[in-house]
Structures are given as structure tokens and as C-alpha cells.
Design a protein. Sequence first.
Length: 131
Amino acid sequence: MTHPPPPPRRHGFRVSLWDVLILLLSLGLTFWLRAQDFPLWWILPMVVGHFFLFCNVFRVWWRLELSWAVAFVMLVGIHLAAGHIGWLSPLIMQTPVTLFVVWLQMRSPWYHGILARRVNPRLNESLDGAP
């Protein structure tokens, strides 16, 4: 019994019905949390938004995603320990981390996210599975 070959790797932006449903659910939950005066309502859209950005737009490696998440948890923890619960400061401070992760990913010869045809001259090799 042979297994069918894996589907060809793709590049660029991707979105599925599940993605849309999760984004809409997160949006609704965010509005509900904010209406309940939950002070950390902003964490949900930041995490879900970045997850979508990393998984669907820039197609970031899981190790870089995990590094971003560790930095985010540490940053939020520092803010909470200092008694700051607002969203603007963490967003401003996390933005360079986000930009750095995206920059690292786009510089990779294995980059296959949005604009991959323009920024990755080795895209075809990457999609074909070349090292």
C-alpha cells in the first residue's frame, strides 16, 4: 500500500474558513471582555492578531513564533508587576520584536509568505524542498 504524495508546498497569503471563524470569535470575545471592563481585554486581539499575521501572512517558523510569545509573556508580566495594565505601552514595546521576527523570516531562503516571489530568489528551491 502506497501513500499519496504530499500536496505541493505553496507560498503567499493564505486564509481558511477556520481562520475567519477564529478571528470573528476572537473579535466578539474581545468586545465582550472590554464591555465587562476586564482590564486585560487587549491581550486576546494582540495574541490572535499576531498568530494570524505569523501563520497566514508571513508564514513564520514556529521557533520564531515561540520566541515572540516568550517575549510577549515576559513583557506583559513586567508591565503587570509594575502595575501597568494598559494596552498601548505593551503594543509599542512589542512592535520591534514583531518587526524583527518578520524581518528574520523574510530574509530566510525558505521564506514563503506574502511577497515571497519578490523577496526570495530561492523560493522555487524552497518550495521543492531543497536544503
